[in-house]
Design a protein. Structure first.
Length: 597
């Protein structure tokens, strides 16, 4: 038989071992036959590589590539069954891919297959696989890369004749299998890297889309915020200008109306800023709820009282119904009142006749607060966008409302562990329901004793104070104001002087220290943002000096984020008031600490 015929038979699919056996037994030149088989192995490996790359390009899955290896070796190692066993754990490997001569009805091959237990689902121990690897006619190869063991390749072959096996034949068979494994592992590693890169590209693409959306939302936020702030600010500046040009006359009804508009616009502007801050705190996970047991009827009456004037102006009646089984709910009283106020205000805004009501009932473990109205109702399209920040209904009065109330209400309800539900039809009114748990969830954020940053007014009223023309460090009516803004300083001085206090104004730290050399005040009102030295630093310096250590320092600042109050108290401040300053609360706070002197 010629060498060409041997190679032709091999290429047609006869086993390498059988072909080699014939070559070595029928030819005098073993070297020539070995060279021919080595050339064929290279051809086979090229063919295998092409198959693997096709699989990698079409579906880069590891399972598919292992099956390709088993199928191709099964075609060239005729007389052998090829199996791929993948790890179940560190010591167990399960047969998951099977191919080769098992498809032929050869009793000897079937016997070998069953003897080796090559069935999908069968398992081998690591010790058994290592034993198969040590046999002269090797029946197991480890599927491993540089640092990773993927599994094992296991073979089962029909009994070999009693003719001694040539060492060259064993070597060529091992070379064929080993190189095929190495080639497959390299493709799988390449596939894993490709999959990782694809995932990273997909992640980056998703991130880019999110960044683009965030940028769009940011632009919309800035545009909406600018519009919402400029609207009341225009009224404030415009009517102030008119008063300055016309000359203010207290008895002039038109001037009184101007002042009313200025005050209303200022309050609207403050509400907008507070809503923006609240939303920002919630998004940054910095809003702390002050959970406590609340009398449901009392908080509902208070919320209705806040909107009573507006209801009366529109000729609308307000109704309250609380079922007998509801008395107490655990929630943040300030935030619950805020949510109810937002819903009641919206109900009154879109109701021209009829009534607005508040119903409270218990549903399983939740208390449901439902605000209903007989107003215009809301279309399904509008309902889809209603809880987005700055979104207002198409029939909303321009300049009325911030477009943040519903978004903030929803987030506050969720922060309590509840939700908000809307039921509405056009021309049939609306029902907004806030559902809150009867009891508070146990979490650090909800059980914190941190005080709210909004200024809280003590129950005590301002006692009558007498005037004095001399500065006396022992008198309770001497206040030192450290404030760099002239307008704010004038406001505080005017108000406190009308209450009987004597106020010394210092614009910076240098003037403060000079004033303290002349007399020691009963209370120091300290602004944080000063032109030379930070107000908190000045407070610390005052606490470090024995002479001034006992003077109460009340910090006034526009800071309103979580932890700001604690920073002020940690610096040595006795109390904290936020800007814009509630003058009544300021008077009560000053009276509280000045009386201690």
């Amino acid at each position: 038989m010629t060498l060409q015929l041997h190679l032709h038979q091999t290429i047609r699919g006869n086993s390498i071992s059988a072909s080699l056996r014939q070559v070595f037994t029928q030819s005098d030149s073993c070297t020539t036959n070995q060279l021919a088989v080595e050339l064929w192995i290279e051809r086979f490996l090229n063919h295998l590589n092409a198959r693997l790359l096709d699989g990698l390009n079409s579906a880069p899955t590891e399972a598919r590539l292992w099956q390709t290896l088993a199928d191709e070796l099964g075609q060239v190692l005729v007389g052998e069954v090829i199996a791929i066993a993948l790890p179940v754990d560190a010591e167990q490997f399960e047969v998951q891919h099977l191919a080769g001569s098992m498809m032929q009805l050869n009793p000897s091959i079937c016997t070998a297959r069953h003897a080796t237990e090559l069935e999908v689902g069968n398992t081998f121990t690591l010790a058994e696989l290592r034993q198969l690897r040590q046999t002269e006619w090797q029946n197991a190869w480890e599927l491993c890369g540089r640092k990773t063991t993927y599994g094992w390749l296991v073979t089962a072959s029909s009994p070999i004749s009693t003719t001694p096996i040539d060492a060259a034949l064993i070597q060529l068979r091992d070379q064929c299998v080993s190189r095929a494994i190495t080639q497959t592992v390299q493709v799988i590693r390449h596939g894993k890297k490709t999959e990782t890169l694809i995932e990273k590209c997909q992640t980056l693409a998703a991130t880019n889309r999110e960044l683009a959306q965030t940028s769009k939302l940011k632009s919309e936020f800035l545009a909406n915020t600018s519009h919402e702030i400029r609207t009341p600010l225009s009224s404030i500046l415009g009517f102030t200008h008119l008063l300055r040009e016309q000359g203010y006359t207290p008895s002039n009804l038109r001037h009184q109306e101007y002042l009313k508009i200025i005050l209303s616009s200022g309050q609207h502007l403050l509400a907008l800023i507070n809503d923006i801050l609240d939303l920002s705190k919630i998004e940054a996970d910095q809003l702390t709820l002050q959970q406590e047991s609340i009398d449901v009827i009392e908080v509902c009456k208070l919320a209705l009282k806040l909107v009573q004037e507006k209801a009366s102006d529109k000729g609308l009646s307000l109704k309250l119904v609380v079922t007998p089984d509801v008395s107490i709910v655990v929630a943040d009283p300030l935030r619950l009142k805020q949510m109810l106020f937002n819903l009641l205000s919206n109900a009154l805004k879109f109701t021209d006749r009829g009534s607005v009501g508040l119903e409270v009932k218990a549903v399983e473990d939740f208390i449901e607060f439902t605000v209903w109205d007989t107003g215009t109702g809301i279309s399904p399209e509008q309902q889809q966008i209603l809880f987005r920040p700055y979104t207002q209904l198409q029939n909303a009065t321009p300049g009325e409302g911030t477009g943040l109330g519903l978004a903030l209400t929803q987030k506050l309800a969720e922060l309590h562990g509840g939700w908000v539900r809307l039921e509405s039809e056009p021309d049939c009114g609306s029902r907004f329901t806030i559902a809150l748990p009867r009891t508070a969830p146990v979490s650090p954020a909800l059980t914190s004793t941190e005080l709210c940053l909004s200024p809280q007014s003590p129950n005590s009223s301002t006692p009558p104070l007498s005037n004095s023309s001399r500065l006396n460090p022992t008198r309770s009516n001497h206040i030192l104001l450290v404030e760099d803004n002239a307008h704010n300083a004038r406001l505080v001085i005017t108000y406190l002087c009308k209450l009987g206090y004597e106020v010394t104004w210092s614009k910076n730290s240098e003037e403060m220290w000079q004033s303290l050399k002349q007399s020691v005040p009963a209370v120091i009102l300290m602004d944080i943002h000063l032109p030379d030295v930070n107000g908190l630093t000045l407070t610390q310096q005052l606490r470090s000096r024995k002479r001034y250590r006992s003077i109460p320092v009340i910090v006034q600042t526009a800071m309103a984020m979580k932890g700001d109050r604690e920073k002020c108290l940690a610096a040595g401040a006795a109390d904290y008031v936020s800007k814009p300053i509630d003058l009544t609360a300021l008077a009560q706070t000053v009276a509280k600490y000045s009386q201690k002197r």
